[in-house]
Design a protein around this ligand. Structure first.
Ligand code: AMP
Length: 266
């Protein structure tokens, strides 16, 4: 049997998603993409009802790639009557995104485990745009002994630096430009790191102030965390880190991050 690469998505595909498909095409003999708007990863009051759905456009985009199967299940297939969630959980669920979205990773791991069981891939491709999700899926694969290689894929951005996201369709033209400054703020933190700054406080402060300069933003969090444990670093940075942020622009919640290797910059 040849290799099967699997790219799970919620649809409204953009170049970020398509980069995962391209990576699967490069790595695997076959590629399966799922498009499923998973209701259990949205809390009450989040954007499940307004989340963009463009199945035909998505299928047209995928037709440009070597995709052997596009799996588009419906809710009653993925959540049969009476099913709630699986019991899988790990210690990364409650950190970072999990603090703001307590049910999110339960929803994600429930659906991804089901999709793994159905598709039985040899490889699966996840974007570093959702770095914590990637870490949690890697850990779930290890903890539950799935014979699957999880392949991380870099963040794809617009020319102005804005990380591509299906939620960017909620933004007006001027909000797109404003949203791009989130990445510029992160870059200002990265510059400090490159200059040798190792105080997590000063890195966070620099990024927070850059974001706060744009009055339309409401910051959810700015974090400097250990890139493996995702535990917040409160003092001196001695390990490889994940620098991440979540910011509201109007009603749209935007996330972005970068990883920084202290070991390779010494
Ligand atoms: P979603 O449809 O938002 O659930 O995303 C499906 C997959 O695409 C996840 O693995 C995401 O991390 C990945 N993804 C989303 N946006 C990007 C991006 N800008 N660059 C790379 N991967 C992305």
């Amino acid at each position: 049997m040849g290799s099967i690469g699997f790219v799970p998505t919620m649809g409204a595909l953009h170049e970020g998603h398509l980069s995962l498909v391209a990576e699967s095409n490069k790595t695997c003999k076959n590629t399966v993409v799922s498009i499923y708007l998973n209701p259990t990863q949205f809390a009450q009051g989040e954007d499940l009802d307004s989340y963009p759905q463009k199945l035909q456009v998505d299928l047209n985009k995928l037709s440009e790639y070597e995709v052997d199967c596009v799996f588009t299940p419906n809710n009653s297939e993925m959540y049969p009557e009476g099913f709630k969630t699986n019991n899988y959980s790990n210690n990364l669920f409650t950190l970072l995104e999990g603090k703001s979205r307590p049910e999110f990773f339960k929803g994600v791991t429930t659906i991804v485990a089901k999709l793994f069981d159905i598709v039985e891939p040899t490889h699966t491709f996840f974007g570093e745009k959702d770095f914590q999700q990637l870490c949690i899926i890697k850990k779930m694969v290890k903890d539950l002994y799935y014979p699957i290689q999880v392949v991380p894929c870099p963040i794809i951005r617009k020319k102005n630096g804005l990380a591509m996201s299906s939620r960017n369709v909620y933004l007006t033209k001027s909000e797109h430009d404003i949203a791009a400054t989130i990445n510029h703020a992160l870059e200002s933190g990265k510059n400090l790191l490159q200059l040798g700054e190792r105080s997590s406080y000063l890195i966070k402060d620099k990024i927070s102030k850059s974001i706060a300069a744009e009055k339309l933003f409401r910051v959810d969090y700015v974090s400097v965390a250990d890139s493996i444990t995702l535990a917040e670093i409160s003092g001196f940075i001695e390990k490889d880190i994940l620098v991440s942020t979540a910011v509201f622009l109007g009603g749209t919640r935007l996330i972005d991050n970068f990883s920084y290797s202290i070991s390779s910059s010494k």
